[in-house]
Design a protein around this ligand. Structure first.
Ligand code: GDP
Ligand code: MG
Length: 326
């Protein structure tokens, strides 16, 4: 696999401290909504663009449940990314409805919609649905199709695979990408900047996300549960970080509750003699130590909360607020 160098001048540091708080008169800024079916690589792309791990990456779909912002600030532009929950075909319960509503609302608010697809797979019904929704956006909304995972496609097949997607939405510009190897990342960033309207710097220079550390930690823990467990359980799992504090000895204490829907799920997550939970905890702790840049003591508790996904009160308590209440 090739590794592509990222141009160090793109979206990077400021040349001098003087530039930090001054925005030039032609400063560009805007919101970029990242949409696409689960598992196409949205979180991986965010991480590549941000060059640091913010979005939780998982080999399983639907790791991202709520919107997350990633902010790239350069002297003359600021891009605010919104990583949306996957657009799902048929909402099955309130959590699905919430995720779909959030994704659609993000589209309407965006200056640019970045539709990420998996070029190594053929477009399916979800892609046709998404294309239909994007076709209805006002002309002023730029739509860019990023054909991701180009590293997985044989050169001979690239053209026909590309056609399969671009023909669904002729109005959109498109480009090839590999969020994993960084191929096309610089070009993508350039295209986004070119399409941004003029506007102010919305967030302070040093701010890279508006997601709280606690929420990132919860996503990291949930990603490890998903990575370690069989189907069916993970989607009924919520993680709430109760406590997140650095202790005088320099160790960050993170106390988190893992909510599952059934008693037998609880015993599966814990495993015989606690072996499963131990593995999940060890893997999550490694990720969290990278996040905080130091030692972490992770205290994980598994709790049963029947049908939380259908319970509006619990959804709110777990941080899945209705998008209209922002
Ligand atoms: P999301 O659900 O859209 O946020 O997808 P993720 O970012 O969690 O990625 C899903 C899976 O696809 C992970 O295993 C990634 O490592 C993998 N992936 C993402 N982008 C690429 C890519 O460009 N090439 C390859 N080969 N794999 C990728
Ligand atoms: Mg994701």
């Amino acid at each position: 696999m090739n590794d592509y160098e990222i141009d160090p001048d793109l979206g990077q540091e400021f040349a001098s401290p003087d530039e930090t708080y001054e925005t030039p008169p032609d400063h560009r800024s805007g919101f970029v909504a990242l949409v696409g079916r689960p598992n196409v690589g949205k979180s991986t792309l965010m991480n590549a663009l941000m060059r640091q791990r913010i979005a939780a990456v998982s080999a399983r779909p639907q790791t991202t449940r709520t919107r997350q912002l990633g902010i790239i600030t350069a002297p003359d532009y600021q891009i605010v990314f919104q990583d949306t929950p996957g657009i799902i075909q048929q909402p099955r319960h309130k959590l699905d409805e919430f995720m779909l509503a959030t994704a659609l609302e993000t589209l309407e608010d965006a200056d640019i919609v970045l539709w990420l697809v998996d070029l190594s797979e053929n477009p399916g019904r979800i892609e046709r649905d998404i294309a239909g929704k994007l076709a209805e956006l006002p002309e002023s909304t730029r739509v860019l199709i990023a054909l991701n995972k180009v590293d997985l496609v044989d050169t001979a097949d690239v053209l026909s695979q590309t056609e399969g997607y671009t023909s669904l939405l002729p109005r959109a510009e498109w480009l090839h990408l590999s969020a994993l190897t960084n191929e096309g990342i610089d070009l993508l960033l350039q295209k986004l900047v070119d399409n941004l309207p003029e506007g102010p710097r919305y967030y302070p220079v040093e701010q890279t996300t508006d997601v709280f550390m606690r929420d990132i930690a919860a996503e990291f823990i949930r990603a490890q549960i998903m990575a370690h467990m069989e189907d069916e359980i993970p989607y009924g799992t919520a993680v709430v970080v109760r406590e997140f504090k650095e202790r005088p000895n320099g160790v960050t204490y993170i106390g988190a509750d893992v909510y599952v829907e059934r008693a037998n799920h609880k015993s599966m997550v814990i495993g015989s003699g606690g072996s499963q939970l131990k593995q999940i905890g060890a893997a999550a702790r490694k990720d969290l130590e990278e996040l905080v840049g130091g030692k972490v003591y992770l205290d994980l508790w598994v709790k049963v909360e029947p049908n939380w996904r259908r319970n509006e009160h619990l959804l709110k308590q777990f941080g899945y607020q209705q998008p209209t209440e922002k």
